[in-house]
Design a protein around this ligand. Structure first.
Ligand code: ATP
Ligand code: MG
Length: 596
């Protein structure tokens, strides 16, 4: 062994994704070289007759089409599609629809949409790698018969209660079923009767015959087929038996010649069965080496976010939010509408890496990735969210009545090539209410009587007072323009000021509805310990305000992101913005406001 190289890159840089290390080692060992690929999923003989696989590795993303994808799925998508892309492989898009539940086309389409929006594709080498697990029912059935013929599966007629009792516990071995030693021919005959609908639901199951004393309970003769008289959206009424997920999944992977089957940690204890099953089916000639391997990683837990499909569904059906694409939702459609970009989500997934230990990722890491992505790209604009009128009382004397003073600002402070924004300074403006204090608190530097402040990209002004209504509420701030102080003109900084404020012309600015979104929950772990997550809903997560924005935003198209100077990042809403109506969603503030 050689001494560690002191000049080597830090270990962290190499190990943030342990799966990369595994794939690199597999590729270096030529583990998949010469493997056949038939161009379609199939068994060993089919693939053996195919071409050498043009894909260096094969991964898959296998959602059940029973809901909208969320930020946790995004991690799995970035991982599976990302690894395939990085290593010259292919990632299969597979709908895991072995459960005979009603498939909703709405979910199927939204899943395909979300993956493409994130920037990934399942097209490679001229093939559209989109599959559905229910297309493999015939293969799965054959696999079950092969196990029976090899004496590795049996029909069990114990009641569900008996089966549960005889399974044993973590400290106690299970007991063999009285049906365990039925002859293979009898198992085959009854299994075929099950298939043909001759036995009622729940009366029997097919079980793998492994070891009722195994310390791993998943190996204590797991059920692999059950009777269900249910119509399947793809296969109709053809089947009266359906495979269990743990049996179906390895077979799906093997048929598709997946090399690295990446799943979340809760499947770790299933891996021995995964390997047992594929080993049996290889020995029976159905599959060939190299068989797929399962690797587990920690699922994404994000603070202030819920990723249980069932609970997300509840938020929607009970109308705690305005649908799946509500900008407060952690669904991909929600994040998108909130103003998240594919780049931000990919950056987030890269930063959190992949680990083998469950942990909570702080929401600020997601927002940080978003700010880093948007900061570089988003055009700037001024918007006044809490408008208060500012009247420049010496305007006519200084410029002449009716004058509008042209001002300009960079579209992006670090990208001159993005050009200039043009807008006019006029004698009446909108400013933020918080920028004026009649009696200034200590350290306040903006508008208060006799103080001077700069109107950003415009002139220095001197506050002279304010107007109030009968209740004493300030209705307008009064100020005078200080001559010869316009930003960008010679001598503009001869007058020193400590404060700069943003503004929008009261006569030329445009009205816009702004939806101020915040985190949906007030608790970092809203559903921890069985807590009622609904009680942790943040009632202030959505506030609608009527605002004024820079005139140039009149042409903003839906889905475009901006940085509203000093306020944060906003996106023109994909649904409600347009046709003369301006609607912006706050994506995030400029700084992390939730701190620890
Ligand atoms: P269900 O409870 O309906 O099974 P699920 O979250 O497992 O929900 P699937 O549609 O089966 O949903 O998920 C597809 C893939 O996404 C799976 O491979 C799963 O491991 C992965 N996935 C789901 N949630 C997360 C998460 N929070 N972090 C990382 N990966 C996830
Ligand atoms: Mg699942």
């Amino acid at each position: 062994m050689s001494a560690p190289d002191k000049n080597a890159a830090p270990a962290a840089a190499q190990t943030t994704n342990f799966l990369k290390n595994i794939i690199e080692a597999d590729l270096a060992a030529n583990k998949f070289a010469g493997r056949g690929w038939a161009g379609v999923p199939g068994d060993a003989s089919l693939h053996a007759a195919g071409q050498p696989d043009p894909a260096k590795i094969r991964t898959r993303f296998p959602p059940e089409p029973n809901g909208y994808l969320h930020v946790g799925h995004a991690k799995s998508i970035c991982l599976n599609f990302g690894l395939a892309r990085e290593y010259g492989g292919v990632c299969h898009m597979r709908f895991d629809d072995t459960n005979p539940e009603k498939e909703d086309l709405e979910y199927v389409n939204s899943i395909l949409d979300a993956i493409q929006w994130l920037g990934f594709s399942w097209d490679a080498h001229g093939t559209h790698h989109q599959y559905q697990a229910s297309d493999y029912f015939d293969f799965m059935y054959r696999a079950a018969e092969l196990l029976i013929e090899r004496g590795m599966a049996y029909v069990d007629q114990q009641t569900p209660d008996e089966m549960r009792t005889n399974r044993g516990t973590l400290t106690e071995a299970g007991k063999n079923s009285p049906w365990r030693d039925r002859p293979a021919e009898e198992n085959l005959r009854i299994f075929r009767e099950m298939r043909d609908g001759k036995h009622p639901e729940g009366s029997m199951v097919l079980r793998a015959k492994i070891d009722m004393a195994s310390p791993n309970i998943n190996l204590r003769d797991p059920a692999i087929y059950r009777i269900r008289f249910a119509e399947h959206h793809n296969t109709g009424n053809k089947w009266h038996i359906y495979p269990m997920y743990t049996f179906a999944h390895p077979i799906e992977d093997a048929l598709e010649r997946i090399t690295h089957s990446i799943c979340t940690l809760e499947f770790e204890d299933q891996r021995p069965f995964y390997d047992w099953l594929l080993g049996q089916l290889r020995d029976a000639g159905m599959f060939a080496d190299p068989l797929p391997h399962q690797y587990e990683f920690a699922r994404l837990n994000l603070t202030y976010v819920i990723t249980s499909k069932r609970k997300l569904m509840q938020l929607v059906t009970e109308k705690h939010v305005d649908g799946w694409d509500d900008p407060r939702m952690p669904t991909i459609v929600g994040l998108r509408r909130r103003g998240y970009t594919p780049g931000a989500i990919q950056l987030f997934c890269e930063r959190i890496g992949v680990s083998k230990g469950d942990s909570w990722i702080d929401y600020s890491i997601l927002e940080g990735a978003l700010r880093d992505d948007l900061d570089e790209k988003a055009p700037r604009a001024m918007a006044v969210l809490d408008p208060l009128k500012l009247k420049l009382t010496n305007w006519d004397a200084l410029f002449g009545a009716g004058h509008a003073e042209p001002c300009s600002a960079p579209v992006h402070p670090h990208h001159e090539e993005m050009g200039q924004r043009l807008f006019n300074l006029t004698p009446e403006l909108w400013i933020e209410r918080e920028d004026f204090q009649e009696v200034p608190e200590k350290g306040f530097r903006r508008l208060f009587p006799d103080n001077m402040t700069r109107l950003k990209y415009g002139y220095v002004i001197k506050c002279t007072g304010c107007e109030k209504d009968a209740d004493g509420k300030v209705t307008a701030v009064l100020a005078e323009v200080v001559a010869d102080t316009k930003s960008g003109t010679p001598g503009a900084d001869a007058v020193k000021v400590k404060g700069v404020i943003t503004w929008v012309s009261a006569t030329q600015g445009i009205a816009a509805e702004i939806r101020l979104y915040d985190r949906l929950f007030t608790e970092a772990q809203p559903d921890a310990g069985g807590r009622d997550f609904l009680a942790a809903i943040n009632p202030d997560a959505k506030k609608i305000v009527q605002t004024w924005v820079e005139p140039g935003l009149a042409t903003a198209t839906a889905g475009t992101s901006f940085q509203f100077e000093r306020h944060g990042y906003f996106v023109a809403d994909r649904k409600d913005h347009g046709n003369g109506k301006l609607v912006f969603n706050r994506t995030t503030t400029l700084k992390d406001s939730w701190g620890k």
